[in-house]
Ligand binder design. Structure first.
Ligand SMILES: *Cc1c(COP(=O)(O)O)cnc(C)c1O
Length: 376
């Protein structure tokens, strides 16, 4: 069976986890956490990077940090993971969904302004498949209406927009190190990128159960106390050790994924030229990270037939998000602004192919051959 995904393994994870065990400190903010955070601050040009248990936790931290209140509105695409919305729903916000662009499956930046009201507090662009949203337009709107931008860059680690790392452009960026993403912290994990210097101090306090313990450990205060609301948003150092093994070879992982992505692209290009499928599009100013390779079929029935064809050959290919605005919680906590021209229609014909760091060339070849045989 060729799985849809397998967690990335580079080989040094066990050694680093053993070293974390030997250090006698397994809780958050140990040596490996510091290494990972510093590496990301340098590579991704962020004021402060904080490792968290998940991207879900990072998004929740962001909503706390921005003081999202009941009645506030937050704009995002409906074609995203539930956590993007839940983080703000937990603070009592109303979610305002905006349609996506069919070329990238990202929020349509030209439809955002019409959805802004005097209750809007934040825009949450989601960089689908690690391909950037049109951030210049989004940041200009945020400046014009005094809004915050939280990038859901769960899929965008090592991607860029006009040369700037995804996650570093908005006021806050959120990464995922879940095992389905390009880099993992042993199954679960995340990071919050604080790009606005004014938010750094409070971010540390919220992450440390509402205390100034981080300042205490740096010797900046002689005791720590309860300062604010907060929760526990730290990653165990044992997991940070796993993540460090992967960040250390981040370029190698990225190159390998890009190669696999390109193999699919080249092999399927004739089918796209014949008008039988559509291939993913990467705008010229976006450097992507090959997080995902998807194709678009004619319609939902065509997609189901292909999924079955691949499953017969023991290959797992899967569709993706059910638009949030059509789901029970989405109806309760949100509203769709404007027309759903592309969100539902495009999501119904999208299919993701197996793509992961340890996918062998032989297995990829067999996926490609099985695909080609379906279309012939
Ligand atoms: C994976 C993902 C998340 C959630 O990440 P976790 O680390 O599993 O909490 C959030 N948003 C998007 C767009 C994702 O792809």
């Amino acid at each position: 069976m060729i799985p849809f995904n397998a967690p990335p393994v580079v080989g040094t994870e066990i050694e680093y986890m053993q070293s974390a065990l030997g250090s006698g400190k397994l809780c958050g903010d140990g040596g490996f956490t510091r290494r990972c955070q510093l590496w990301m601050e340098q590579h991704f040009c962020s004021k402060k990077v904080l490792l968290t248990p998940s991207c879900t936790a990072s998004l929740e931290m962001a909503a706390l940090l921005l003081d999202i209140q009941p009645g506030d509105e937050v704009i995002m695409p409906s074609y995203t993971f539930v956590s993007t919305a839940n983080a703000f729903v937990l603070r009592g916000a109303t979610i305002v969904f905006v349609d996506i662009r069919p070329d990238t499956m990202n929020i349509d930046e030209t439809k955002i302004e019409a959805a802004i009201t005097d209750k809007t507090r934040a825009i949450v662009p989601v960089h689908y498949a690690g391909v950037a949203c049109e951030m210049d337009t989004i940041m200009a709107l945020a400046a014009k209406y005094n809004l915050f931008v939280v990038e859901d860059a769960a899929q965008g680690v090592m991607s860029s927009y006009k040369g700037r790392p995804l996650g570093s452009i908005g006021h806050i960026g959120c990464y995922s190190f879940h095992e389905t993403k390009n880099y993992t912290a042993g199954g679960e994990g995340g990071a919050t990128l604080i790009n606005d210097a004014a938010l750094v101090e409070r971010a540390e306090i919220i992450r440390e159960k509402g205390t100034n313990r981080s300042q205490f450990f740096r010797g900046q205060v002689d005791k720590y106390t309860w300062r604010d609301m907060g929760s526990s948003y730290l990653m165990s150092d044992l997991q940070a050790a796993y993540l460090w093994a992967q960040l250390e070879v981040a370029d190698r992982i990225n190159q390998q994924r890009l190669m696999l992505w390109q193999n699919y692209y080249n092999a399927l290009l004739p089918l796209a030229e014949a008008g039988r499928i559509e291939l993913p599009q990467v705008p010229a100013n976006c450097g992507h990270n090959a997080h995902m390779f998807y194709i678009k079929l004619r319609d939902e029935a065509d997609r189901s037939a292909l999924i079955n064809w691949l499953r017969e050959a023991e290959i797992l290919a899967v569709f993706h998000y059910i638009p949030l605005h059509t789901s029970p919680a989405g109806l309760k906590f949100g509203r769709f602004h404007g027309e759903d021209r592309y969100t539902t229609a495009e999501s119904e014909r999208l299919l993701r192919l197996p793509l992961f760091y340890n996918l062998s060339g032989i297995d990829q070849r067999s996926v490609i051959n099985t695909l080609l045989s379906y279309f012939s």
